[in-house]
Design a binder for this molecule. Sequence first.
Ligand code: C2E
Ligand code: CA
Ligand code: CA
Length: 660
Amino acid sequence: MHASFSLFWRKLFSLSAFWPLLPLFMALSLSGWGVWGQDHTVPLQASVFFLLFIGMIGVYFCFLRFRRIQNIQDLAMRGAHDGMFEWNPRSKELRVGPRLLGFLGYSENFIFDTHTWLDLVHSEDRERYNHMVAQHLKGETDVFYCEYRVRARDGDYLWIAARGLAKRNRHGDSTLMVGSVSEITERKNRENFMFQQAREDPLTGLPNRLALLENLQRNSDEAYQAQSLMAVLFIDLDRFKDINDTKGHSIGDKLLVQIGQRMRDTQEAGQTLYRPGGDEFILVAQNIPDPEYAIALAERLLQKINEPIAVDDFIFFMKASIGIALCPDHGTDVDLLLGNADTAMYVAKAESANKTRLFTNAMAKRLAARYEIEDGLRHAIERQELSLVYQPKYRLHPYGVAGFEVLLRWHHQGRFIPPDRFVPIAEETGMIVEIGRWVLEETFKQLSDWKKTYPKLPRCAINISSRQFLGQFLLHHVLSCLKRYQLSPKAIEIEVTESILMQSEGEPISQLRSFQDAGISTALDDFGVGYSSLAYLQQLPIDTLKIDSSFIASLKPFEDKSATNYRPSASLSDLEMLPVKAVHTDEIVKAILTIAHSLGLYVVAEGVETVSQKKFLSDHGCDLIQGNLVGMPLEATLFEQTILHPLKARDKSMVPSSDG
Ligand code: C2E
Ligand code: CA
Ligand code: CA
């Protein structure tokens, strides 16, 4: 046990008990020299022998004292709950207590120096451990404390917490370090478990937002340093909220689990799928060769999502929008990367469902403009920035005003923002519900005012967004407003677009029917640009069809005889395949008129701007026209002066009012 042996000698010289003996030796030897040396009565050798004898007695007492201290230390090492250690930073000699050996599973001590100990320390912790020891030896820390893993006899690693204090000489150099070690494996496992739990989405088992934020910054730094390319794919399921709302959260949850599983199955090395929340997933793909790889990866994910999914008794056909941002091209900061991937996803979703999009700077600009609108729109009502205009509709045979449409206007900070820009945003954000209520209230107020002066007021068409049909309150609200303003249901007409068909469960169709049943006329707006087929038209509870202005704008002018015409379309579903803008739409419009009339629908042509368009529509039996040629949208006072007042004056020639 050479470590203890050398320790003994150090103790011997350092033990204070030895030094009081020294003056005694000196006194005795000097007096011996003086008394016996001069007379030569006692030989010099006796004196030296005497001194040696006294010295040995001293050494013996020192040894006893050292043993006592060592026994106390041993006892302390044995008795303490923690393992003890004592280490000489210069000689690297190490002494560990039996307790420490015990919890590592060793019965025999074999750890006598730093080297043997470091061999047991986990390779991942070694550098940190060495660094912390060095810090303390240099006096940079008051106490040495380090949690690290050590290999036990059975090969498993145990977590230990080591505390220690260095003893320094007067130069400040550490000469000895003493401390204790306790086993903390259980606590560490518990902590690790909680750490994992905090970073795992309980539903899908995928790493969650916290894990994403922590890992992504690291991944991004690595990509930047290694000059490699990393892709962040922002995956958002389309219309998932509808499924949750209509089928319940339990089914929604099962869907998310299956979709998560599918995407996880496609994961390759260097890719991590996260579920930060809701119906969003994020895939981080490190070290990709080029942007095209990321796009192809997104397409593959989309295909996986699109495969039918069975949950309980239902089969779902899911769609998703995927936005891609690249690191470092589109940012190295986590927030920026995620924000840009989100922007690209947003653009993908806005363009059409089930798309993938790679981020561009132009997207960011567009989105910023969009947020400005969204923000302004939130306060538009309270700031009284909204107003209404009214555009007349004319019956062609016999010619005259047959109704009008109310259109929303927004003047924001001195600028006019067209409804085509803000209505879709209001729809997406759900603000259209509140705005729609405002439109209804203001329109009814205006109608009830006009009704007093113009008892034969033509019917007013109000645009209603699909979103306003969510829930069952719309009809109830409209009827109660009509009652409050003492208006007949025939005073109004509602205009809806084909997007209403995409609403969940065919329920809006039955709502539309309830409007008809209540005596309120219904019109299908923007016909031709959506998904309508003849089959659908037959089923829809509508009274009027409004041909979209793009068809009217592409009608052939009088003078143009050369343009190719299309054969009359046999079915309206063929319309979807015709390139509307590129060709003249005469035959299409004729076909729509024929089919709509055969279904007993009124037809309104929107956006009539030229005499030739009006003539064409008149010649082919269109019922009503609306457009700048015959009447621009006007604010209430002007509309009253130019349309309603002359109408009253020419009462006799006026088309019978819708309100009877
Ligand atoms: P819409 O329902 O198809 O309305 C007809 C649009 O055509 C109006 O645009 C109108 O001003 C415009 N217009 C009328 N005659 C002509 C013409 O001869 N040439 C051209 N180029 N355009 C003409 P506006 O007012 O900009 O509204 C755009 C869209 O915004 C509306 O299309 C409608 O979808 C939506 N919208 C407007 N007001 C409301 C509202 O109160 N509620 C809802 N939900 N949507 C509204
Ligand atoms: Ca309309
Ligand atoms: Ca329209």
